[in-house]
Design a protein around this ligand. Structure first.
Ligand code: HEM
Ligand code: HEM
Length: 203
């Protein structure tokens, strides 16, 4: 059961979700930790290369995940959910997807604009070119500061969205007692749509 069905997520979507959830939570913690290290710390250069490398892994996975999402049906939200909750769920997921892309892209723009011109070499193997720096933002320092602020505020917004997202998943599981969390953990709810279709075919 690799593909999604109207009643649940397939194995690929579930793997993308949890792999990226772990990477992104790790990157948020890692970024906040790096920000608190003194500039004189000798490990800083290597640790930033690692942060940037995993950031590009997230960007590549995000692109693949988006393609997979567009090629698959999205499971329907549970019946009986009020309109505002449906809207909140859709907006929440759009916001999460947007930030999964925005975090690595603002990071990339930040290091590209930096007057230090420090190269990015993914896992010490694959060099990444710098993006052209938008001159309308002023000097390189100003552009770097702008993207640095976007990267930091993006991180705080992402943390807030993830907390609401986790609270919503727990509410579905323990209060509404529906399949929402179960279908992001197991492919069984996705398979039950096959049962529905085969029952229809039998009838
Ligand atoms: C999933 C992707 C990413 C996440 C979640 C993430 C998260 C963070 C966080 C939370 C911080 C600390 C922000 C602060 O408190 O000021 C940070 C800093 C930083 N990140 Fe990322 N990051 C990601 C990807 C990237 C990428 C791809 C690059 C570069 C190519 C990058 C470059 C940096 C740099 C240079 C800083 C230090 C900024 C400063 O001096 O304050 N990040 N990141
Ligand atoms: C313990 C942590 C988490 C739990 C319990 C959780 C739970 C869930 C559940 C149950 C769904 C399915 C919602 C539905 O069927 O309508 C979902 C979807 C989603 N989650 Fe999470 N999640 C967690 C962490 C994260 C993190 C860290 C991110 C990324 C920043 C994330 C991004 C998403 C996205 C983008 C979707 C929409 C998937 C799609 O329809 O393509 N989640 N999550």
């Amino acid at each position: 059961m690799y593909r999604n069905t109207p009643t649940g997520y397939g194995r690929i979507a579930i793997t993308f979700h949890w792999l990226m959830a772990m990477l992104i939570l790790g990157m948020l913690g890692f970024g906040l930790y790096l920000d608190r290290l003194p500039q004189s710390d000798p490990r800083l250069f290597g640790l930033y290369q690692l942060h940037k490398s995993f950031g590009f892994v997230v960007l590549a996975l995000a692109a693949l995940r988006l393609v997979w999402r567009l090629l698959n049906p999205s499971p329907k939200l549970p019946d009986g959910m009020p309109v505002w909750e449906r809207l909140a769920a859709h907006l929440g997921h759009i916001g999460l997807y947007a930030l999964i892309f925005a975090m690595p892209i603002t990071g990339w723009l930040m290091v590209s604009a930096s007057p230090w011109g420090i190269p990015t070499v993914i896992f010490n193997t694959l060099p990444v070119p710098h993006l052209p720096y938008p001159e309308m933002l002023g000097t390189k320092e100003q552009a770097e500061g702008f993207f640095k602020a976007l990267h930091a505020y993006g991180a705080y917004l992402l943390i807030a969205l993830i907390l609401v997202h986790i609270a919503a998943a727990l509410k579905h599981h323990f209060i509404a007692r529906d399949d929402t969390l179960k279908r992001m953990v197991s492919t069984e709810p996705a398979r039950s749509s096959d049962d529905l279709f085969s029952e229809k075919a039998d009838a």
